[in-house]
Design a protein around this ligand. Structure first.
Ligand SMILES: Nc1ncnc2c1ncn2[C@@H]1O[C@H](COP(=O)(O)OP(=O)(O)OP(=O)(O)O)[C@@H](O)[C@H]1O
Ligand SMILES: [Mg+2]
Length: 299
């Protein structure tokens, strides 16, 4: 059996007294889009830097396509695309010159593909990097990560700065790339940013892996939130009794509820009371973390 494209094995990285990554282990399968989620300082970039051999682990190891991150770093680079979180580009080069420079380092790329990528992400490659907005700079970063059609793509916060339309295109690109049998590993702060595109996610907090879950399982488990507007003020208590609802707060004619499972009983209760509008809030990372902690406390 072919090795998993990405394997992180008991990875620990300390900076002095700070344990940035604490005994983290997980694997990413071929063809997967895998999200790495956590708040600021959780250890996402540190894990990724170890994987790319930009820094050395205190203990543990990482493998890419079965190759050791440290020993086989050069070989790994031939199969891998990478977008760092702190991408540095030469300000005086245009977008195209930047890509030409990087393509040269990598022994040439297919420019039809690169132009198609630029088109898709609506990137203007004629301008100088110094003149780019942060979103446009990020586009050049994404294009360079994909330019040699790598088997494994590692993206540290790729969505930062991208507007919603470009995000949609970017998600499409990730899906197509994965459908061709390639593997995508991307980090993010929020689940809502990546929930539509990832197959599985790992949650990291204070250097420790909190959970690794498939998006399907997560959706089933997720606590969902709705905001309902009524014609007249409502009482929260009446909704707490509804099946699946485990939190309800009323503010005049506005009701905010958290529920689990089917939305139907809640909607029935709402329509009995002259509901005017229903707005659904996506599951956010903090709530997800709270859920995991709640599970831990109960266990
Ligand atoms: N070179 C370094 N020297 C000292 N401490 C570091 C260094 N790099 C990271 N750290 C510390 O390691 C911890 C993890 O940082 P890391 O950059 O991996 O977090 P992150 O999850 O990528 O956060 P963010 O979402 O803010 O990018 C933090 O406490 C950070 O301060
Ligand atoms: Mg980071």
């Amino acid at each position: 059996m072919a090795p998993a494209p990405i394997e992180i094995d008991s990875l620990t990285k300390r900076f002095g007294d700070v344990v940035a990554v604490d005994d983290v282990t997980f694997e990413i399968e071929r063809g997967e889009i895998f999200g790495f989620l956590g708040p600021n300082g959780a250890g996402k970039s540190t894990t990724i830097r170890c994987l790319l051999d930009l820094i050395r682990p205190t203990s543990g190891s990482c493998r890419v396509l079965g190759l050791d991150s440290r020993k086989d770093a050069v070989e790994i680079r031939r199969h891998l695309g990478f977008l760092p979180s702190d991408l540095a580009l030469y300000p005086n080069l245009t977008g195209r010159q930047t890509l030409e420079f990087l393509a040269h380092l990598r022994g040439g790329v297919d420019w039809t593909w690169v132009d198609a990528l630029a088109d898709r992400l609506d990137a203007d490659l004629t301008r100088r990097v110094a003149e780019y907005s942060s979103g446009n700079r990020q586009k050049v970063g994404i294009i360079q990560a994909f330019m040699n059609r790598p088997e494994v793509v590692v993206l540290d916060e790729p969505i930062t700065g991208l507007d919603p339309l470009v995000q949609l295109e970017f998600h499409g690109l990730l899906r197509e790339h994965a459908a061709e049998g390639n593997t995508v590993f991307l980090s993010s702060h929020t689940l809502s940013e990546v929930e539509r595109v990832t197959d599985r996610v790992a949650f990291i907090r204070r250097g420790r892996l909190v959970a690794v879950e498939s998006m399907d399982d997560l959706r089933d488990k997720a606590v969902r939130r709705l905001r309902l507007e009524f014609a007249a003020p409502v009482e929260a208590e009446a909704f707490l009794a509804v099946e699946g609802v485990h939190e309800a707060t009323a503010d005049g004619a506005t009701l905010t509820v958290q529920y689990e499972g089917s939305m139907a009983p809640l909607l029935r209760a709402a329509t009995e009371r002259d509901v005017i509008s229903v707005e659904s809030g996506s599951i956010d990372l903090d709530e997800m973390f709270l859920e995991f902690y709640r599970d831990e406390v109960q266990a």
